[in-house]
Ligand binder design. Structure first.
Ligand code: NAP
Length: 334
């Protein structure tokens, strides 16, 4: 940390929603010397107070409105379920607060465009909490691919699959809260493929649906006019050890063991394998927290590592895949 950073007052975070990820990311916010957990809000005041006690948060509120109007909150972390992100991000932005919005940023590209437009109109910082983008091995993989060491990138394969016990009310299966493998898990391998290939010309999707109508598995093939391809898999009903592979004309890059927070990176060229690994302290969200701190201190309203136009474009891919799979959210009808 530089002298300027250490002498700057900590960024005061307000956590909107007191569920699972709020606690996990909240711990890494609290652990950052440049940040402090100033406040938390839940729909239920007692739940918020319990969260505050457990995680050492200074203030708790029984409504999200109170959090976003707290003058001593510098940035709001929207940690609710996907279907609520649009409403809650707008609530914070309209109250003049910068936002970090959990993935998936919104349910669909239409909602995302609205949030991005409001953030830009208010000149407020806004970012999807796509923590994968800040992982040092993902960034190294991007540098290696751009350097030409593996030749021209011709294909990407990526997967994030995890078995969840079927429960129609669980957020992975309940359409009312944005259930489905694609938005919860598939957004990571989709982002991974995007980082190396950009916007595809063709998206083809196949998969299976849960009894609720949410996507249980989703297999995407992407095609490009110049012959490049991607295969992007996600499943909420079976696990897989596969993470990410970027294939070039003279080598490949593989990340493991999970695509969204890799701990190993192998670069294979004619010279052999070069293997690197990384251990990130805490729960792995520290680099994302540091990027939010950096942007806020620098007065940047968008992170160059997580451009909002890419967040929208990735949701457009997921919209198209859901259309082909026949997965509709109530918000899609708006
Ligand atoms: N970055 C990651 O590694 C990661 C990991 C897991 C999940 N996530 C993302 O984080 C978000 C939340 O996931 P989670 O695992 O924390 O879920 P969770 O434990 O179910 O918590 C979700 C929270 O959403 C709030 N909420 C507001 N309106 C709601 C509604 N109508 N129905 C249900 N909940 C509502 C609730 O807040 P109150 O406390 O106010 O009731 C609840 O605590 C999702 O978008 C998910 O994709 C990210």
């Amino acid at each position: 940390m530089t002298t300027t950073e250490s002498s700057a007052p900590p960024i005061r975070w307000g956590v909107l929603g007191a569920g699972g990820i709020a606690a996990t990311v909240g711990a890494d916010i609290a652990a950052s010397p440049g940040s402090t957990l100033a406040a938390v809000a839940a729909r239920d005041a007692q739940r918020a107070a319990a969260f505050a006690r457990l995680h050492g948060v200074a203030r708790s509120y029984g409504s999200y409105e109170e959090l976003v109007t707290d003058p001593d909150v510098d940035v709001v972390y929207v940690a609710t379920t996907h279907a609520q992100h649009h409403e809650h991000a707008l609530l914070a932005l309209e109250a003049g607060k910068p936002v970090l919005v959990e993935k998936a940023f919104t349910l669909n590209a239409r909602e995302a465009r609205k949030v991005v437009a409001v953030a830009r109109a208010h000149r407020l910082f806004c970012m999807e909490a796509m923590w994968m983008r800040f992982n040092p091995l993902i960034q190294e993989a991007q540098r290696v691919a751009a350097s030409g060491r593996i030749g021209d990138v011709v294909a990407v394969r990526a997967e994030l699959s995890r078995r969840f016990e079927y429960d129609p009310n669980h957020r992975l299966f309940n359409l009312e809260v944005g259930g489905g493998a694609l938005l919860d898990l598939g957004v990571y391998p989709t982002t991974f493929a995007w980082l190396f290939l950009g916007r595809p010309d063709i998206v083809q999707a196949t998969g299976s649906l849960a009894p609720t109508g949410s996507d249980a598995t989703a297999a995407l093939q992407w095609g490009y006019g110049d012959g490049r391809i991607a295969q992007v898999l996600s499943s909420a009903v079976s696990g897989s050890p596969f993470a990410g592979l970027v294939t070039g004309t003279s080598g490949w890059i593989q990340v493991g063991r999970r695509v969204h927070h890799p701990t190993t990176l192998t670069v294979h060229t004619a010279a052999g394998d070069e293997v690197s690994s990384v251990e990130i302290a805490g729960n792995g969200y520290g680099p994302q927290v540091a990027e939010v701190e950096r942007c806020l201190r620098a007065g940047e309203t968008e992170s160059p590592l997580a451009p909002l136009d890419e967040t929208v474009a990735i949701l457009e891919i997921l919209d198209e895949a859901r259309r082909q799979l026949g997965v509709r959210y109530p918000a899609d009808e708006a």
